[in-house]
Design a protein around this ligand. Structure first.
Ligand code: CP3
Length: 359
């Protein structure tokens, strides 16, 4: 780390006498900040050799997630290396489905749920899911991370939005076409509605549980919301997302993420989450105009740019920061998760650019 960034972090750590002074939390409240806080979606993961080393010993992704000590260790790895302004718990959005009784596997090709939900009977057979009991290791991992975090770094918890969780539960894994989801949604809207309402309940409880165990802000990932037209989003997905956001309002700051969802941006701002995450295909300065001060914005470097060189990352990140300079409530991030082929030096250049320690 350069001398300049060390001095800056000392000044900041000194002002962080209470947890709510942390740079990320101030930006989420849209208070003036000396610079944009920075973290990256999927900042812990396969692009880090130290992550791959732990994973090789652990016997798979789920084993890592469910072992609070390993989960805490890999959560802290990117913070030690790059000193982002936030740590996001190493976990997964699909765990509440397991708590509801669904079988869940992860292999090299991603997640799979071998018995997907296709009928009303399937949906009614789900358990409500009790995060405090079924996902107790999440609470323990958060506490371990909190104990190991530098004082100026905020701790983030997260969950999947009801619509995105429903897509995995119905499709049985990651989908490109969402055929089964759309069949159920259009042919049996009452069952689809029942499923989303149950998911909204478990997600709300999971988020509150994480806040009780030390998460200072939360992210709600609606990765696949952009697959819906605005009309269908409003009809089928938005009411359940809105219910989750409302349950957290005034309690814990919440960032709402949706992939490729420029057409849903107004609706997302209207829920009044603390922040909306902006996809890298959207222009961030235009998004600030459209948000009209209703929420902070997170984003939005194309994670593909992190496959270039540190110099190119610096140039592009600087241009992004310049395009929104003077705006309150900007949290610098990538538009979607860091790709496994990323060179850690490019992540370093991104973080250092936000900290003002690279020309
Ligand atoms: O660093 C972090 O961002 C925190 C950890 C985190 C993971 N998954 C770890 C993970 C978070 C926040 C998630 C959220 C998540 N999980 C989402 C929403 C965010 C997004 O990317 O849109 C989704 C859709 C999932 C479901 C999921 N989990 C998929 C589709 C995959 C396979 C794709 C992939 O990258 O391999 C996973 C596995 C997963 N979750 C990995 C990690 C680090 C890879 C595991 C490995 O093989 O080591």
């Amino acid at each position: 780390m350069s001398p300049k960034s060390t001095a800056a972090s000392q000044v900041h750590a000194a002002s962080a006498s209470t947890g709510t002074d942390k740079l990320l939390l101030r930006a989420l409240r849209r208070e003036p900040t000396e610079r944009a806080p920075v973290w990256l979606m999927r900042q812990a993961g396969r692009y880090l050799p130290e992550y791959r080393a732990v994973r090789a010993q652990a016997g798979g992704f789920l084993a890592m997630v469910q072992d609070a000590e390993l989960a805490a260790e890999v959560t802290l790895q990117p913070i030690r290396r790059f000193h982002m302004d936030a740590a996001i718990l190493f976990s997964d959005i699909l765990l509440p489905l397991q708590a509801m009784g669904m079988e869940l596997r992860f292999d090299e090709s991603g997640p799979s749920l071998p018995k997907p939900l296709r009928t009303r009977a399937d949906v009614l057979a789900l358990r409500p899911g009790d995060p405090a009991a079924d996902l107790a290791y999440v609470g323990r991992a958060l506490e371990l991370v909190k104990a190991g975090l530098p004082r100026d770094v905020a701790l983030l918890g997260f969950a999947g939005a009801p619509f995105t969780l429903a897509s995995y539960a119905i499709e049985g894994g990651t989908s490109k076409s969402f055929l089964e989801l759309k069949k159920l949604m259009y042919r049996d809207p009452a069952t689809f509605e029942t499923l989303l309402a149950r998911l909204a309940d478990v997600v709300t409880r999971h988020l509150l549980f994480q806040a009780e165990h030390g998460a200072e802000a939360l992210v709600l990932f609606d990765t696949w919301a952009g697959t819906l037209t605005r009309e269908d989003y409003r009809r089928y997905a938005a009411p359940h997302t809105a219910r989750v956001v409302r349950a957290l309002q005034g309690r814990v700051p919440l960032v709402l993420f949706a992939g490729q969802a420029e057409h849903l941006f107004e609706d997302q701002c209207a829920f009044e989450p603390s922040a909306v995450a902006v996809d890298h295909r959207s222009d961030l300065a235009v998004a600030f105009e459209r948000a009209r001060g209703r929420c902070a914005l997170q984003g939005n470097l194309d994670p593909g740019v992190l496959l270039s060189t540190p110099e190119e990352v610096t140039r592009r990140t600087q241009a992004l920061l310049d395009s929104v300079r003077g705006r309150r409530g900007h949290v610098l991030n990538v538009g979607h998760g860091v790709l496994p082929a990323t060179d850690p030096e490019c992540v370093a250049a991104f973080v250092e650019c936000a900290r003002g320690s690279r020309p």
